[in-house]
Design a protein around this ligand. Structure first.
Ligand code: ADP
Length: 414
């Protein structure tokens, strides 16, 4: 403000000085604010770096465990020679460890799909009982190894959901596996389901170590693990429950966790909407038999071990198989062998899988083969690209034997 008693000149100087002062004060304040923001950003960056390093350490630990067991398995198979019992035991152990790695990598991909909004549900009408049965079956090895007892109580009438059976099975599998992991030996795990108005409530209850009130509100957050000796000893990446929450919410449901504190066990409650009633329920699908009549299959993969092991598996299932080590060899093998099914890797030197598929599609054959891409890339964009190249199917490596069996059962009769 201008002092009225001063001469005009002084008043102008004063006014300018005050204005200058104000500018300096404002810029000092800005400077301070900016420094604060930079410090805050710096702190945020530091903690993001710390979180990343911690995550990478946990991840490599989690990958090293199954890798160590698999490498032992390979040595065991070499040493076991012709002892069928030892070979079978090593094979079972390797399958278990491999499943664990496949699940881990699958979970990581799901986290990234969710983060980029690329996760899509493949919904169909499914009975909750069949989904629960699949999860219980998949969690059985861990539950049995820990000496727990699992009881499932489902109502006798079907509870039909409009859901993605694979994702829903993942939800209950994660909850059952956690119940098994976080309980002392000989615990009791109970899964129950009941109708609740227009929805269904599924409860997974355990008699395990429980969760304290401090941690309970955070356990559905991604990468959150309760830091106690017991929790640390169980391994895991801290993403299972965040996937449970995402999958349940994508289905229009919600999930809650309850525990009265350490030592009192936990209860996870999943609520899902039931499907609208349909005119007629679909007849249950008949499981294809693993050994059908032999079909002609061409496997194209530049990884020789991958191609030959897959070929051997298909031969043991009773099929006639050829292998090719790159796209160009795949196209000529297809022209000569006339396969009914081609399983084709995508990234190969020279002619890649996309180009090979286009060339095979361009052949003037009577009965064109079913073309299945076999790849490590499983995002929606990758599926679109294989579809555009002329593939009928997109399979993500590693392919489970029952997926192959189903695919072969779908081939048209010659
Ligand atoms: P992970 O099991 O890989 O650590 P999750 O996201 O599945 O990750 O679980 C997050 C955390 O929640 C676990 O680390 C564990 O501390 C806690 N938790 C989950 N389920 C249970 C349970 N049934 N009993 C006790 N603690 C549990």
């Amino acid at each position: 403000m201008i002092q009225v008693t001063d001469s005009t000149e002084t008043a102008v100087y004063r006014q300018q000085a005050a204005a200058m002062n104000e500018v300096l004060l404002v810029s000092a304040a800005r400077q301070h604010e900016l420094t604060g923001a930079a410090e805050a950003l710096g702190a945020g960056y530091q903690s993001a770096v710390r979180a990343r390093d911690h995550f990478l350490a946990v991840l490599s630990h989690e990958l090293r465990n199954p890798l160590a067991a698999l490498s032992n398995g390979v040595q065991l198979l070499k040493l076991a020679g012709t002892d069928p019992g030892a070979v079978a035991r090593a094979g079972d152990m390797m399958a278990r460890q491999l499943n664990q790695m496949v699940r881990l990598v699958g979970d990581l991909l799901d986290v990234s799909r969710i983060a980029t909004g690329k996760l899509e549900l493949r919904r169909e009408r499914v009975d909750l009982a069949s989904v629960v049965r699949e999860s219980a079956e998949a969690s059985r090895p861990l539950i049995e190894r820990q000496g727990h007892e699992l009881t499932c109580a489902l109502p006798p009438e079907p509870l039909i959901l409009d859901a993605d059976p694979t994702r829903l099975a993942q939800v209950f599998l994660n909850l059952l596996n956690n119940a098994a992991k976080y309980s002392e030996r000989g615990g009791h795990i109970r899964l129950s389901a009941e109708r609740d108005g227009a929805g269904v409530v599924v409860r997974v209850r355990d008699t395990g170590i429980g969760i304290s009130a401090v941690h309970l509100p955070h356990i559905f957050d991604v990468f959150v693990q309760v830091d106690t000796v017991w929790h640390r000893a169980q391994g895991g990446l801290g993403i299972g429950l965040s996937l449970v929450k995402e999958f349940v919410e994508l289905h229009g449901g919600r999930v809650e966790a309850h525990s009265d504190g350490p030592g009192t066990g936990c209860e996870f409650v999943v609520r899902l909407p039931l499907a609208e009633p349909a005119a007629a329920e679909p007849a249950p699908a008949v499981a294809p038999s693993p050994r059908g009549p032999g079909r002609r299959v061409l496997v194209v993969d530049d990884n020789r071990d991958a191609a030959e092991s897959l070929a051997e598996m298909l031969e043991l299932m009773g099929h006639e198989v050829r292998t090719a080590g790159d796209g160009a060899a795949g196209v000529s093998a297809a022209a000569e062998f006339r396969p009914e099914l081609v399983l084709m890797d995508l990234g190969m030197p020279g002619v890649n899988g996309y180009e090979a598929a286009r060339r095979i599609r361009a052949e003037p054959w009577g009965a064109a083969p079913l073309l299945a891409a076999l790849t490590g890339w499983g995002a929606e964009d990758d599926r679109r690209r294989t579809h555009e190249a002329g593939f009928d199917r997109h399979l993500v490596k590693p392919v489970a034997p029952d997926v192959l069996t189903k695919l072969i059962a779908e081939l048209p009769r010659p």
